[in-house]
Design a binder for this molecule. Structure first.
Ligand SMILES: Nc1ncnc2c1ncn2[C@@H]1O[C@H](COP(=O)(O)OP(=O)(O)O)[C@@H](O)[C@H]1O
Ligand SMILES: [Mg+2]
Ligand SMILES: [Zn+2]
Length: 354
């Protein structure tokens, strides 16, 4: 008897998305199931192109079809339809599905490094990605991406972002002459952020990654007010003294009712480029302890490596210049966990908004 479409869907009953704990079929993730004799082919639509559970999901589908329908060969095609959390800023950034702020209580912990590489990693998975450098006073992206030209403005005053390494990038640094300082206060910062969101042609994005300035100031308030469903990733370093800064950052996001996705520990151990030995020069574990304490996801550790330091200045994020560096591997893993957490939030419904 021929295997029908219905039989395939019935056989997949009980195969769940491991994160969402719901049947793939009920979630609408199984597309175009068809059989040719005992060979089955179908398409799985993931909630993010950077899904870390792809292999696991594929194995479970294949096992179910083989055991329940006696399928010989199972061919899986993969596609994605990125789950969206941005429902509150539709007027300002209508095509943007998710806004991810990379934040920390203080400077120098690696926010910009993490943000640039998060954007790159997501783009490498095929996602449409934008990167907004919201560190108005200390923009990093001109140096990190090696972009020093002004972006083009259209006749109706829309700004076309630069595209590099597959990422659309906008930074205050593109608009300033080298060495020129910004001395704006609250209201001007507010309108700058509004323009960076609304006046830039971001187009359709799966993710807009925002590199935040340090601390809990005006830019944080402006951004979270304009995009209440933006979500935060907190960067910390391994020392226990860093916890006070993390606590302050999480406290600020809680006050403005912005969802904190999780914490990543950067500069976690030094990996020697000569012998690959890892030394925990700053101690270890503040990130994990903090995630546990606040009940948020832990996104792992990114080691300190020489190549990351160099990459910060040579106009290529480490993921682009040295994709096999230990820090790159950790950053790729981190990016998948972030994408996974965003999809989980989207499925739960929106985080509480003001
Ligand atoms: N994992 C890492 N390994 C080595 N150097 C790093 C790492 N993360 C950040 N850095 C370096 O630390 C400095 C500060 O990083 P940056 O991303 O600018 O931090 P922030 O944006 O929080 O101020 C930069 O010189 C950067 O290259
Ligand atoms: Mg920075
Ligand atoms: Zn060594």
């Amino acid at each position: 008897m021929a295997i029908t479409r219905e039989a395939i869907l019935a056989a997949l009953k009980g195969v769940q998305d491991p994160d969402l704990h719901k049947d793939l079929v009920d979630l609408g993730m199984i597309k175009e199931p068809k059989a040719d004799g005992v060979n089955i082919e179908l398409t799985v639509e993931l909630t993010t192109p950077a899904c870390p559970l792809k292999d696991q999901i594929g194995n479970e589908i294949t096992a179910a079809l083989k055991s329940k329908l006696g399928a010989q060969a199972v061919k899986l095609n993969w596609t994605s339809n990125t789950a969206a959390t941005n429902v509150t800023a539709k007027d300002l950034i209508p095509g943007v599905r998710n806004v991810i702020m990379v934040a920390a209580g203080k400077g120098g912990v690696g926010k910009s490094t993490v943000a640039a590489n998060l954007a790159n990693a997501l783009a490498q998975h095929g996602a449409e990605v934008g990167l907004l450098d919201a560190d108005i006073y200390g923009p990093s992206m001109p140096t990190m991406f090696g972009i020093h030209e002004q972006p083009i403005a259209t006749e109706d005053q829309r700004i076309i972002p630069h595209v590099k390494f597959g990422v659309k990038v906008m930074s205050m640094g593109f608009l300033l002459a080298e060495g020129q300082a910004v001395v704006w206060r609250g209201p001007m910062l507010d309108s700058a952020i509004r323009q960076f969101l609304g006046q830039v042609e971001w187009g359709n994005l799966d993710y807009l990654v925002v590199d935040m300035p340090p601390g809990t100031g005006d830019v944080q308030l402006s951004l979270t007010r304009m995009v209440p469903t933006a979500q935060a990733v907190i960067v910390t370093t391994p020392q226990d003294v860093a916890l006070a800064d993390v606590k302050r950052a999480i406290g600020m996001f809680n006050t403005v009712k912005v969802n904190v996705l999780g914490v990543v520990e950067n500069m976690s151990g030094f990996v020697c480029s000569h012998c690959q030995k890892k030394t925990d020069i700053f101690g270890k574990g503040a990130g994990k302890r903090c995630a546990d304490k606040y009940g948020i996801a832990y996104f792992g550790e990114i080691p300190l490596t020489e190549e990351v330091v160099k990459s910060g200045d040579n106009g290529k994020p480490i993921l682009v210049s040295h994709p096999q560096d230990p820090a790159s591997l950790a950053l790729k893993d981190f990016a998948m966990r972030v994408a996974q957490q965003v999809a989980i939030t989207a499925n739960k419904g929106q985080p509480v908004t003001a």
